[in-house]
Design a protein around this ligand. Structure first.
Ligand SMILES: [Zn+2]
Length: 150
Protein backbone atom coordinates (compact mmCIF):
# COMPACT_ATOMS: atom_id res chain seq x y z
CA UNK A 1 0.00 0.00 0.00
CA UNK A 2 2.93 2.33 0.53
CA UNK A 3 6.30 2.44 -1.06
CA UNK A 4 8.72 0.83 1.33
CA UNK A 5 11.59 3.27 1.41
CA UNK A 6 14.74 2.30 3.19
CA UNK A 7 15.09 3.95 6.55
CA UNK A 8 16.80 7.17 5.57
CA UNK A 9 16.38 8.44 9.11
CA UNK A 10 18.94 6.06 10.56
CA UNK A 11 21.95 8.27 9.81
CA UNK A 12 20.48 11.06 11.90
CA UNK A 13 20.87 9.22 15.19
CA UNK A 14 24.48 10.33 15.16
CA UNK A 15 25.38 13.94 15.84
CA UNK A 16 28.18 13.86 13.27
CA UNK A 17 28.04 17.34 11.66
CA UNK A 18 29.54 16.02 8.41
CA UNK A 19 26.75 13.45 8.16
CA UNK A 20 24.16 16.19 8.69
CA UNK A 21 25.79 18.30 6.00
CA UNK A 22 25.89 15.34 3.60
CA UNK A 23 22.24 14.66 4.27
CA UNK A 24 21.27 18.24 3.49
CA UNK A 25 23.41 18.24 0.33
CA UNK A 26 21.96 14.92 -0.80
CA UNK A 27 18.53 16.53 -0.59
CA UNK A 28 19.78 19.20 -3.03
CA UNK A 29 19.68 21.89 -0.36
CA UNK A 30 22.54 24.24 0.39
CA UNK A 31 23.93 23.49 3.87
CA UNK A 32 23.65 27.01 5.24
CA UNK A 33 24.52 27.67 8.88
CA UNK A 34 20.82 28.06 9.66
CA UNK A 35 19.94 24.72 8.06
CA UNK A 36 22.81 22.97 9.84
CA UNK A 37 21.70 24.45 13.18
CA UNK A 38 18.13 23.28 12.58
CA UNK A 39 19.26 19.86 11.35
CA UNK A 40 21.35 19.40 14.46
CA UNK A 41 18.36 20.09 16.72
CA UNK A 42 16.01 17.98 14.61
CA UNK A 43 18.11 14.95 13.89
CA UNK A 44 20.47 14.44 16.83
CA UNK A 45 17.99 13.06 19.32
CA UNK A 46 16.43 10.04 17.67
CA UNK A 47 12.99 10.22 16.12
CA UNK A 48 11.05 13.35 17.03
CA UNK A 49 7.71 15.00 16.32
CA UNK A 50 8.05 18.76 16.54
CA UNK A 51 5.89 21.76 15.79
CA UNK A 52 7.58 24.79 14.24
CA UNK A 53 6.89 26.69 17.48
CA UNK A 54 8.58 24.02 19.61
CA UNK A 55 11.61 23.98 17.31
CA UNK A 56 11.69 27.79 17.45
CA UNK A 57 11.85 27.76 21.24
CA UNK A 58 14.66 25.17 21.13
CA UNK A 59 16.53 27.33 18.61
CA UNK A 60 16.23 30.39 20.85
CA UNK A 61 17.30 28.31 23.84
CA UNK A 62 20.45 27.21 21.98
CA UNK A 63 21.39 30.86 21.49
CA UNK A 64 20.80 30.98 17.72
CA UNK A 65 18.62 33.73 16.26
CA UNK A 66 16.30 32.37 13.58
CA UNK A 67 12.81 33.78 13.05
CA UNK A 68 9.75 31.57 13.24
CA UNK A 69 8.98 32.37 9.58
CA UNK A 70 12.45 31.17 8.55
CA UNK A 71 11.97 28.01 10.59
CA UNK A 72 8.68 27.36 8.79
CA UNK A 73 10.37 27.87 5.42
CA UNK A 74 13.17 25.47 6.28
CA UNK A 75 10.84 22.84 7.71
CA UNK A 76 8.80 22.92 4.51
CA UNK A 77 11.98 22.72 2.40
CA UNK A 78 13.21 19.75 4.46
CA UNK A 79 9.80 18.14 4.03
CA UNK A 80 9.75 18.72 0.27
CA UNK A 81 13.24 17.20 0.09
CA UNK A 82 12.12 14.08 1.96
CA UNK A 83 14.12 14.73 5.13
CA UNK A 84 10.98 15.25 7.21
CA UNK A 85 7.37 14.21 7.01
CA UNK A 86 4.60 16.64 7.93
CA UNK A 87 1.79 15.20 10.04
CA UNK A 88 -1.30 17.41 10.00
CA UNK A 89 -3.25 16.69 13.17
CA UNK A 90 -5.87 19.32 12.49
CA UNK A 91 -6.12 22.45 10.40
CA UNK A 92 -4.30 24.48 13.04
CA UNK A 93 -1.68 21.96 14.08
CA UNK A 94 1.16 20.41 12.09
CA UNK A 95 3.98 18.30 13.41
CA UNK A 96 7.22 17.61 11.59
CA UNK A 97 8.33 14.01 11.94
CA UNK A 98 11.99 13.01 11.60
CA UNK A 99 10.92 9.41 10.92
CA UNK A 100 10.16 9.39 7.20
CA UNK A 101 9.50 5.66 6.95
CA UNK A 102 5.83 4.64 6.54
CA UNK A 103 4.10 4.51 9.93
CA UNK A 104 0.99 5.67 11.77
CA UNK A 105 0.42 7.71 14.92
CA UNK A 106 -1.31 7.89 18.24
CA UNK A 107 -2.19 11.49 19.09
CA UNK A 108 -2.48 12.18 22.82
CA UNK A 109 -5.00 15.01 22.68
CA UNK A 110 -4.52 16.20 26.26
CA UNK A 111 -0.73 16.42 25.87
CA UNK A 112 -0.59 17.47 22.21
CA UNK A 113 1.85 14.61 21.63
CA UNK A 114 2.32 12.21 18.72
CA UNK A 115 3.56 8.68 19.25
CA UNK A 116 4.61 6.32 16.48
CA UNK A 117 2.67 3.19 15.57
CA UNK A 118 4.71 0.76 13.48
CA UNK A 119 3.07 0.18 10.12
CA UNK A 120 3.11 -3.56 10.87
CA UNK A 121 0.90 -2.96 13.94
CA UNK A 122 -2.03 -1.53 12.01
CA UNK A 123 -3.91 -2.89 9.02
CA UNK A 124 -6.31 -0.77 7.01
CA UNK A 125 -9.26 -2.76 5.66
CA UNK A 126 -12.01 -1.74 3.27
CA UNK A 127 -10.24 0.84 1.19
CA UNK A 128 -12.90 2.60 -0.90
CA UNK A 129 -12.91 2.67 -4.69
CA UNK A 130 -10.43 5.28 -5.77
CA UNK A 131 -11.48 8.20 -7.94
CA UNK A 132 -10.60 7.62 -11.57
CA UNK A 133 -7.03 8.42 -12.47
CA UNK A 134 -5.73 8.22 -8.90
CA UNK A 135 -3.48 5.84 -6.99
CA UNK A 136 -2.80 5.61 -3.28
CA UNK A 137 0.55 7.17 -2.44
CA UNK A 138 0.25 6.47 1.28
CA UNK A 139 -2.29 5.92 4.04
CA UNK A 140 -1.61 7.75 7.30
CA UNK A 141 -3.76 6.86 10.27
CA UNK A 142 -3.98 9.05 13.38
CA UNK A 143 -5.56 7.32 16.37
CA UNK A 144 -6.72 10.12 18.68
CA UNK A 145 -6.51 9.35 22.38
CA UNK A 146 -8.03 11.03 25.40
CA UNK A 147 -7.45 10.18 29.03
CA UNK A 148 -9.79 7.42 30.12
CA UNK A 149 -12.33 8.73 32.65
CA UNK A 150 -12.61 6.30 35.54
ZN1 LIG B 1 6.01 9.55 13.61
Amino acid sequence: MTDQKTNTGADFSRTDPAALEDRIRSAALRPTRQRLALAELLFSNGNRHLTAEKLHSEVLHSGVKISLATIYNNLHQFTAAGLLREVVVDSSKSYFDTNVTPHHHFFHEDEGRLQDIESSELTVLGIPNLPAGTAISSIDVIVRLSKQSS
